[in-house]
Design a protein around this ligand. Sequence first.
Ligand code: GAL
Ligand code: MG
Length: 998
Amino acid sequence: MNDPSIPGPRPADPLIALRPWEAPEVTSWGRLPMNAVDRRTGALPLDGDWRFQLLPAPDAPVGGSWSTAYVPGAWTVQGTDDLPQYTNVTMPFRAFPPESPAADPTGVYERELDVPAEWAGRRIVLQVGAAESVLLVHVDGRPVGVSKDSHLAAEFDLTGVVRPGGRSVLRLTVVKWSDATHIEDQDHWWHGGITRSVLLYATDPFRLADVTVRARRDGDLRVDCQVRNAAGDRALPDGWYVTGDLDGEPLAQDAEFDRLNTEDDRVSDFLGEARIHATVSGVRTWNAEQPELYGLTVRLHRADGTVADTSYQRVGFRDVEIVGRDLLVNGERVFVRGVNRHDFHPLTGRTVSYDDMRADLVLLKRFGFNAIRTSHYPNDPALYDLADELGFYVVDEADIESHDHAHEIADDPRYLNAFVDRVSRMVLRDKNHPSVIIWSLGNESDYGANHDAAAGWVRRHDPTRPLQYEGAAKRGWADPDVASDIACPMYASLEDCVAHALSGEQTKPLIQCEYSHAMGNSNGTLADHWAAIESTPGLQGGFIWEFWDHGILQRVSDGRPVGRAGAGLYDNGVAAPGHRWAYGGDFGEALHDGAFVADGIVFPDRTPKPAMYEHREIAAPVRIRCLRHEGIVLANHQHFRGFDWLTGSWELALADGRTLTGPAVLPELCPGETAAVPLPFEVPADGGEAWLTLRVTVAEDQAWAPAGTEICAPQIRIRAADPLGPPVPAGPAVEVDDEGLLRHPLLAAAPVLSLWRAPTDNDDLGGIAPRWRAWGLDRLVRKVVSVRRDGGRSETGVPPAEGWGTVTVLAEYAGTVGVVRHRQEFTPVEGGVRVDESAELPPEFADVARVGSVFETVAGFDLLEWFGQGPWESYPDRAAGAPVGHHSLPVDELFTPYLRPQESGGRHGVRRFTLSAPDAAGLAVELDGPRQVSVSRYRAEDLTAVTHHDELVPRAGCVVHIDAAHRGLGTASCGPDTFPSYLVAPGVHRWSWTLRVR
Ligand code: GAL
Ligand code: MG
């Protein structure tokens, strides 16, 4: 197959001579118009291994040796020396728009095209799914076309260029850096290559050139079919006609052709338009909860009734409108529980298969998401099919981001074509998808005349959907004159959003296009956001930033990406031994933005981060509330569905260790309705604190979840805990040494004060972690002040045994700007020791990570059991999704492997825990109330000493933190910090705990 005798494009090649990579006005040449007719079925797939060579520049001669590259795929992960690079805002090269650098990796892909003989007489079209960033097409050395836009397909008419039954050589040249790169400056990895499928298809010369469907919730269906001819005749032959059917039912129609060019032979290949207009009675409407679809087939018939062309698509009947400041779907003000999703895969970098996309969307559905913003470019067509089918509201975003040169480009007329081209081609392709409810003009490109031009085109072409653009909305959330029908800020403070909704000035729905930045251990205050959204008219939700942690699987030995060969090398958020998740800088890039690319709610292998469970609960379709006298109240928080598709079970967790369970029958409730139901259990009079949980599961298979899948677990407290009494001294003496350190056979390090955590990404980038370091909190110097050994007296007045009593230790912990006074009172109690502590934080330590105790156990403990929130990780401002109960997990699984090691694995609201070892004594800790606890194989400083997990060496013992107070996580790596109520304030903190051997 490898035939180097095929000549490369000679210097005289017009496609090269034109230098389209530095001509922003040139968006395409020889490319066919975009349309919504799906040609995937029946096409000849051209995916697979292609001959490949990487040139140093687009005008460099072809002629070196050929290797192979897989299509679709990025060459940057396929063994070339051009490796992935990550930058956020900064352009990867130094050149002003529209220039591109002289060193410009250019991939030349070649393969033979064997054109089926049966295609004789047919129109033959090449479709290239996506090429990054400029595509040049040659067949047998002849120039065929040019296309830009790395995230939309380009089609070229090869009729007459290739010969049916013959063999041609197809060459696709992909230029990595171009004028277009300046408007594709999105925050993700830079790659090069052909990243979506390539195919060849054939149609009748007379064909359905486009089909536009408008299907409304009242059953009104309008289908506009454009008919064109490839060449030759300028008129549709006599007697041709169009029919349509919906799920096999013929549609009554007035399929008259309009604008038939029978009379006028000067007009183009546009022959006419046939319209089908029907009313579907008793229509099942489409919405994200019940995505009802119908199969629409449109056929172009010859006069004899045979079919010349067919278009099949699934359609959904639904309306989107803005009324006042509400976005309505089918008349309902729906909440937008969205996420931003990039095309990402840890092995391929950019290329995602149908199965990958489906897995992404299924996971999102299971965690309560109902909306996707295709940040920041149109996705593969299959994603919209899946969104239609599984039920998502989609904000479809055009491939325009000029972040680094935003101000210059937004009004630069040289880029006008590109803006209109990109937006209009997206709309032309995706207009028939019910899932697409909003068009977006792009991202972070300032706001200029080029946007208004594109907006004007969209408003005329598709008046059925709102339009949004953050850059325009920024000019004024209520401004009627900007190109955004939605107030769609990014990372606005909740305070500002609520204030706007209450101001009386709001004119547009407020739906944040990005919020709750999921970098590392993050998404604090998500529940507070949603409490406000659900209770404030005018607020309708937002899109979490973002779905993926873009960690590329990398071999540690040679630093190379594993590419498509590495399937199965990753699991559970941790790359397999010998591999790691690479982030910015790991491929030797001099210019990069580090771990900022790892900011998703799923790990690179799609394992959900704990924050996903928080979202799942916040989005729960079923809510429960306590009613003082009548038992409990259940509420239906869906917009369109009853509870018939759900079932559940009750669980009552008692502090004494018991968990009672029983089946639950959900009442029939319409959306928005509530019903009082009796308590499902006779609550035992004893047993202490009691929590009632409703585990809601899917009753019958859904497209995205088999029956039995748990989708939420709302919970209420039925009975409060008894307060912890004073210690009842008993047992042998507590051993405390002269340094005031507790000696205990199961502890490798005595409990001391801790004010610091391994900074999260939010702590670092938000600016608090540098202050902690400046205050010396990461290296406090402990000095014992006094150790007092009292002869104790038991509550019962029984005289103490010899040497038995309370030991009080006073110590000082000095930072660079202040000193904390710490008091520990150790009292022997039945089977162990009770520790009562207090710490007084001076005002200089205004905002610390935690106040609590840290100790280390001896080796051997490998199981943690606890009564508290869980089972997944939770923190004070991210604790809505972790129900209180009796949980247990192996110690090694408590840790959450955020890509850059940082504070992780905390459990909120822990009342009690035990650490056990096989066949050995265990350690039981009882707390004075719900506390933040973490049990880990790593000290905070172990985590900060490294940049990736493969460098961490687990300790044999456990590092245990018990916190009287722990700072919330917030989202300050990009956006608001946690709320003041989740900060650790200076002043006196008190906490008590009891340690027992069992
Ligand atoms: C936004 C931007 C995203 C991403 C995010 C930070 O400003 O639109 O693309 O950069 O910030 O992760
Ligand atoms: Mg950006």
